[in-house]
Structures are given as structure tokens and as C-alpha cells.
Design a protein. Structure first.
Length: 319
């Protein structure tokens, strides 16, 4: 199979039929063998009934329904597990991603030069202050921190070689950073292509201002994981040893000073009344805890990862 199109969605019943017809038209005109995987992330409208109806009429349409809303990352994870295409395309279900871009993304990926092609919505139809400006700041921080030179990390329209999506683990809220996850897994041939951005036709956005706060927090997390995720002892252990040595030297200096003063019959105070004694003791305790944190992190890395953090309620018969 040439292309798998993975589409996570939440309460998008108004756009699904139009989106399907648009994708099907593009696939037919380019003679692509394909599958369309809709992942219903706990919709409360008739999205799932629409997916079931589309699946009954077209075997290429497959659906997954979550038991409740788990988030876009979990929806993509479920879709990636079941995708069979040589090239996997992700896009949003709100009609803001243009299916006409799929052939060019496919051709660019099939050149063999790249592992991942990310869409770049250079001209956007979103509100400048609430979306465009925060998005530019977010993307600049992501480029600086990750080293991946993309203009639009959060664009849902992306193309991947199958090997990429089968070897990365999208969890939590990391869907924004799939290119970074790919790079950290060794798929560093990443590029971007300017794509058309459509104005939202139905409904309202499912993401509020909190997504930018969460995005920056996730950026810090992924920076830390990329640097120390496979070697936590290198950070926590090193900091712990340094702090313990600092506290130990400070405590030793206090003890030597007391003995010196006792030997020379100089006025002296009890060690317990010296504030530096408590500072040194606290630093030693914190250093020991950091060292143990690094040690436990190494043990956790060697343990089995938890099962998927979502529960599938239904799938279409052809999946």
C-alpha cells in the first residue's frame, strides 16, 4: 500500500464527509492505493456514526473510537500502530489542512532524501494575537532548543516514511514534537514544505491558550529527555556527587576549625550553633537524594514500559 492517512478528530461530524470526499478525489486522480484511518478521540457528537457509514461504503476507510478523550498524541499513537502504508500522512479533520498537498508531500518523501516532510503554513488564517504570534514564539523556542530547523512544528500535515512512525513513541502531549522525537531516534533527514492553510469552515478550535503553556512545558521535557533521557545518572548522579562533596568539605572545614580553636584555647561555639553546619548537612542530604534519583532513573529505564495510555471502545470491522 502506498499511503496511509491518519486523522485524529474530536467532534468534527460536520466536516468528515466533505474531508473524505476531498481525500478520495485526490487519491483517485493520482491512482494511489491508500487507507484512511480516522481516530475518534472521545467525540460526543455523531462523528463515530459518520465514520462507520463511510467505512461501510468504502473499505479504505477505517475507524478507531476511544472510550473517552485521551488527547491527540494518543490518537496518533493508535493510528500509527495500525498504519500499513509505505508513506504515512497525518492531517487534521477540521478542513484546515488541504488534501491537495498530499501528492507533493508523497513525491518529496519518495525522492529518498528524507525521513520526514513537515508542512509549513506560511500564510495562516488564524487570529494574529491569540494564535499567530504565540505560535511564532513557540516555534522559535523549539528550533533553538531542539536543533530541528522547522518553521511550523505544530502543523498537523506531515508525511513520514513508515519506518519512522513504527519506531517513535508518541505519548503525553508530544504530538507537537514528532520531528524532534524522530531526530532523537536517528531519523534526522527532516525537511519542510510550504502548504496551504484553510480557514476553519465548521465548528470551533479544540485548543485554547493553554496549549502554548503546555507546549513550552513539553519542550522543556523533550529537551531534557533528548539530553539525559537515556542516561539520567549523568545529570542527577553528577549533581548529587558535586553537592555531597561540597557539603562534606564544608562539614570537614567546620570540624577542623573547631579542633584548631580548641587546641589554641580560642573562644569557640558549639557546632550545633553554627549555621554553616546545617547548610553543609542539608547540601549533603540533597546530594545523596539526587544521586539516588539518577540511580532509580537508570533502573526504571531497564524496566518494561507501561501499556498504552488509552482504551479503545470500538473499531470498524475492516480494521
Amino acid at each position: 500500500m502506498q499511503i496511509s492517512i491518519v486523522i485524529p478528530l474530536l467532534n468534527e461530524e460536520q466536516s468528515l464527509v466533505e474531508l473524505y470526499n476531498w481525500i478520495a478525489k485526490v487519491m483517485r486522480s493520482n491512482s494511489f492505493s491508500h487507507e484512511i484511518i480516522f481516530i475518534d478521540d472521545g467525540s460526543t457528537d455523531n462523528s463515530w456514526k459518520t465514520i462507520e457509514a463511510l467505512s461501510e461504503n468504502d473499505a479504505a476507510v477505517k475507524g478507531i473510537k476511544f472510550n473517552r478523550n485521551y488527547g491527540k498524541s494518543q490518537a496518533l499513537h493508535a493510528g500509527f500502530l495500525r498504519a500499513q502504508g509505505d508513506v504515512v500522512i497525518t492531517m487534521d479533520a477540521d478542513l484546515q489542512d488541504n488534501p491537495e498537498e498530499i501528492p507533493e508531500l508523497y513525491k518529496k518523501l519518495k525522492e529518498g532524501k528524507y525521513d520526514l516532510v513537515s508542512g509549513w503554513k506560511k500564510k495562516r488564517y488564524d487570529h494574529v494575537l491569540t494564535k499567530n504570534l504565540p505560535s511564532k514564539l513557540f516555534n522559535a523556542a523549539a528550533r533553538k532548543t531542539s536543533g530541528v530547523k522547522l518553521h511550523d512544528f505544530n502543523c498537523g500535515l506531515k508525511a513520514y516514511r513508515r519506518e519512522v512512525i513504527k519506531n517513535i513513541d508518541v505519548y503525553g502531549e508530544m504530538h507537537r514534537y514528532i520531528p524532534v522525537l524522530a531526530k532523537n531516534s536517528g531519523f534526522s533527514k527532516i525537511t519542510e514544505k510550504e502548504v496551504k492553510h484553510q480557514a476553519r469552515k465548521y465548528g470551533t478550535t479544540k485548543f485554547g491558550a493553554e496549549r502554548f503553556i503546555n507546549g513550552f512545558l513539553d519542550l522543556i521535557s523533550i529537551w531534557f529527555l533528548s539530553k539525559f533521557g537515556r542516561r539520567p545518572m549523568h545529570l542527577f548522579g553528577a549533581l548529587g556527587v558535586l553537592m555531597f562533596l561540597f557539603g562534606f568539605i564544608a562539614a570537614g572545614w567546620i570540624g577542623i576549625s573547631k579542633l584548631w580553636k580548641m587546641y589554641h584555647d580560642e573562644p569557640n561555639i558549639l557546632v550545633a550553633l553554627n549555621p554553616w553546619f546545617y547548610i553543609a548537612l542539608t547540601v549533603m542530604i540533597i546530594g545523596s537524594q539526587l544521586f539516588l534519583a539518577g540511580f532509580l532513573g537508570e533502573l526504571i529505564l531497564r524496566s518494561k514500559r507501561e501499556k498504552e495510555q488509552y482504551l479503545i471502545n470500538k473499531t470498524t470491522p475492516n480494521l
